[in-house]
Design a protein around this ligand. Structure first.
Ligand code: FHN
Length: 586
């Protein structure tokens, strides 16, 4: 299994020298690959899960000493370099009296989610479960003095939801030998001491105190050696052979892969096995009281269809308050998704990815034997032509209501006649029943054939930053405010779909008085030695959308991201609709 990490994690991976297996290892059973394979198959069918980031950081909720702290909420200790002695006092205030395992798991169920993953210990080092290995835990260090994970895991089991734990295995700002806190602990750390003293015992605790875990979701493997990672894996598999391990365990030792946070591949991606996109509902994982930038259900349902059609699972996050309440706005959004899934779940759960490559943002397709489910995300008008579908379509109908959809052969594909308006406000699913189990696709249209010209619409990218927004009416992203290290940006994730030189065009609109600012498009990491980079000037367009050439960009299979952002603030209001990459002929 390849590791499709975010750039941050990937760059941090260094193969260190092997250490001896830790003293806390169990007498290990050899792994049972059959059990892992079965668990993976089940995981693949689930498609949609709930991620929960819950910890002490929900108390400051994005504010420290009266000051707003930018960035993701659970990183507040790190961003503000809060000393352990000060941060750990938050435990004395943590009293989530409104927590209800039944309510949380029921919400996941109502949302149509099939699994739930919650932070047992995030980078701040605080255990949200009963731990004998460290007193810094919710039972021993808070007035709440109970283990919410007992209640939550039992409530999930009752509702037939798979249950898993997130665990930050290397990064731990509470410990002298954990990684990340150099304001309290400037000395060189000994990772093995940390692993043996805290990680291995706590991993044993989470694997033995809460019944069956469907997975352990490790994060930011950092500098752990291959041997240390192997030991961690062996411990998990020895205690629960069917428990899956994600790729962020490091060193390619996971059972399935994560993309970077909020990172959706631009094309169908099935080369390297199963993957999952961890994603936020607003701009944070842990609760931040000022972050009301909620994604709209249309966006999220579209993203679910997009991810599933490309071969992934969607792990969508909620950040409960310190009282134990999942923000009502998140609840409403999730229930809306659930209502859509009640009707359209057949086109998501247990489906196979698209047999066709991705060309625009009109539709995505998922399949089951003999059936294609077209998810129409942007209504194309009275007709929808699907080029390259050579199978005979026997009949077509709407999943909502079942009304027949007229079809006719057109060119090398098929044309569907559509009503004037979308059948569903979020994603209208058109079912096409074909002759035979597997669709026949014309040359050049197959999922593993990347088109020579790719329109990368803003909707397909990740809108990174607190100010950037998507406008459905103009299908464009805007609000490219510039900051020293965290500029708003539109980011695409090629995941091996591109290799070579590409002529770049940008389609945008800009008010005349906001024109003149400089933009850049970088393939790979910003700074020294990107794989490719082009720069240009935003022109006056009188608020009309125009397409302008931007230069030639080199992209490599290992290029993790293609980033569009501005070099200054002058044209922050520019609206970017798409970036087009055309394979250069020479
Ligand atoms: O640093 C963490 C972050 O806080 C959050 O937990 C996300 C979720 O995928 N993972 C890390 C960054 O990739």
């Amino acid at each position: 299994m390849k590791y499709i990490a975010s750039g941050v994690i990937c760059a941090a991976l260094i193969l260190a020298s092997c250490s001896q297996p830790n003293s806390t290892s169990t007498a290990r059973q050899p792994e049972d690959p059959q059990k892992t394979a079965e668990a993976l198959k089940h995981f693949d069918q689930n498609k949609f899960g709930m991620f929960i980031h819950w910890g002490l950081y929900a108390i400051p909720a994005g504010e420290w000493k009266g000051k707003y702290v930018r960035g993701i909420g659970e990183w507040i200790m790190f961003r503000e370099k809060i000393p352990v002695a000060e941060y750990s006092k938050l435990a004395g205030e943590f009293n989530p009296v409104k927590f209800s395992g039944a309510e949380w798991s029921q919400l996941a169920k109502d949302a149509g989610m099939k699994y739930l993953v919650i932070t047992s210990k995030h980078h701040d080092g605080f255990a949200m479960f009963a731990s004998k290995a460290s007193k810094y835990n919710i039972v021993d260090a808070t007035p709440y003095a109970k283990d919410p994970m007992k209640e939550l895991s039992a409530a999930c089991a009752e509702r037939g939801l798979d249950f898993g734990f997130y665990y930050s295995q290397d990064q731990d700002w509470h410990e002298a030998n954990g990684r990340g806190n150099n304001w309290d602990f400037p000395e060189k750390r000994d990772a093995q001491v940390y692993l043996e003293g805290k990680v291995f015992p706590q991993i044993r605790e989470i694997l033995t105190q809460y019944g069956k875990l469907s997975l352990i979701w490790f994060d930011t493997p950092g500098l752990l050696s291959d041997q240390q990672t192997a030991d961690l894996r062996a411990m998990v598999k020895s205690l629960q052979p069917s428990c899956l391990i994600n790729s962020r365990i490091g060193h390619d030792r996971g059972d399935y892969a994560q993309t970077g946070d909020n990172a959706i591949p631009i094309q169908v991606y099935t080369k390297d096995g199963k993957w999952e996109v961890p994603a936020t509902l607003n701009d944070t994982w842990g609760y931040k009281k000022n972050d009301q930038h909620w994604k709209d259900p249309r966006d999220l349902i579209g993203k679910l269809a997009d991810i599933v059609s490309k071969g992934g699972n969607y792990l969508l996050n909620v950040g409960p308050t310190a009282e134990g309440v999942i923000p009502p706005a998140s609840q409403d959004i999730l229930r809306t998704i659930g209502k859509w899934l009640d009707v359209n779940g057949e086109s998501i759960y247990g489906t196979n990815p698209s047999p066709m490559n991705i060309r625009d943002i009109t539709w995505r397709v998922t399949t089951k034997p003999g059936k294609l489910y077209f998810h129409i995300l942007n209504w194309p008008g009275a007709r929808m032509r699907v080029d390259g579908l050579e199978s005979e379509v026997k009949r077509a109908y709407w999943l909502t209501g079942g009304a027949a959809v007229p079809i006719k052969k057109a060119g090398n594909g098929i044309e569907f006649t559509l009503p004037a308006k979308a059948v569903d406000p979020y994603d209208s699913v058109l079912v096409a029943e074909i002759d035979g189990d597997a669709p026949k696709i014309a040359a050049g249209y197959g999922a593993d054939e990347v088109p020579a010209k790719l329109d990368l619409y803003a909707w397909v990218g990740h809108l990174r930053g607190e100010e950037i927004r998507y406008d459905w009416a103009t299908q464009s992203a805007s609000g490219f405010k510039k900051f020293e290290n965290a500029s708003n940006a539109l980011v695409y994730f090629p995941y091996k779909a591109l290799d070579g030189d590409y002529d770049v065009e940008v389609t945008y609109s800009c008010a005349n008085d906001a024109a003149g600012g400089k933009f850049q498009i970088v393939a790979g990491r910003r700074g020294a030695n990107p794989d490719g980079r082009v720069e240009g000037t935003i022109e006056k367009t009188g608020n009309q959308f125009v397409t302008r050439k931007a230069g030639r960009l080199t992209v490599r299979p290992q290029t993790g991201q293609i980033i569009f952002d501005l070099l200054d603030d002058k044209s922050a209001a520019v609206k970017i609709r798409k970036i087009t990459l055309s394979r250069a002929s020479s």
